[in-house]
Design a protein around this ligand. Sequence first.
Ligand SMILES: CC(C)(COP(=O)(O)OP(=O)(O)OC[C@H]1O[C@@H](n2cnc3c(N)ncnc32)[C@H](O)[C@@H]1OP(=O)(O)O)[C@@H](O)C(=O)NCCC(=O)NCCS
Length: 166
Amino acid sequence: MDELRIRKAVVTDLQDIIRLWKRNIRTINTASDIADLFHPFKKYYLVAVYMDADAGTANNGMFEGGRGRERVIGFVGGAIRSGHGHISGIAMDREYRMNGIGKRLLKMVGAEFLADGFEQITLEVRKSNRNAIRFYKKNGYKKSYDIKGYYADGEDAIVYEKKIKI
Ligand SMILES: CC(C)(COP(=O)(O)OP(=O)(O)OC[C@H]1O[C@@H](n2cnc3c(N)ncnc32)[C@H](O)[C@@H]1OP(=O)(O)O)[C@@H](O)C(=O)NCCC(=O)NCCS
């Protein structure tokens, strides 16, 4: 049986993050745009990975974390914007959704923000992305305001925010 783990992203995860971002989020961001978001705020990027069951047997049963043994199936990416935490992107590959992994990613990046003294988190979501809106609301985010024509195709964004406390 495979085991799920959520860990901090490292530079070698960038290609997987780009793949997840482009496949699951409606965006015109190019790979290089995503890399530009990732590098300065790498510490706020987390990945959800499945490790193959036989991953550890090569080293007397100890897991070594070799990349070939992991499957990256989701990510969250944060940033610091205007003095508060910001969710730049979050996505799960379709077949792994609705299992509470998105919730864990969101909670863990929130803990990273809080550890650095940032108690407020904001994010933008497309007005039409009802599943994501439901997801954010379920995780305690409140609607703040609309930004008309925020996305390149002219769609409005809704800004959601949450105050996190210990
Ligand atoms: C948003 C997303 C990251 C959530 O990840 P997840 O692992 O499926 O989320 P969880 O399992 O923790 O939470 C599930 C909850 O989210 C909401 N939700 C997510 N997807 C949903 C769907 N397809 N239908 C209905 N509700 C959905 C619901 O509130 C659901 O709980 P409920 O059914 O009890 O109300 C995932 O759906 C995704 O990758 N979507 C595509 C990318 C995207 O839109 N990202 C956000 C914009 S940047």
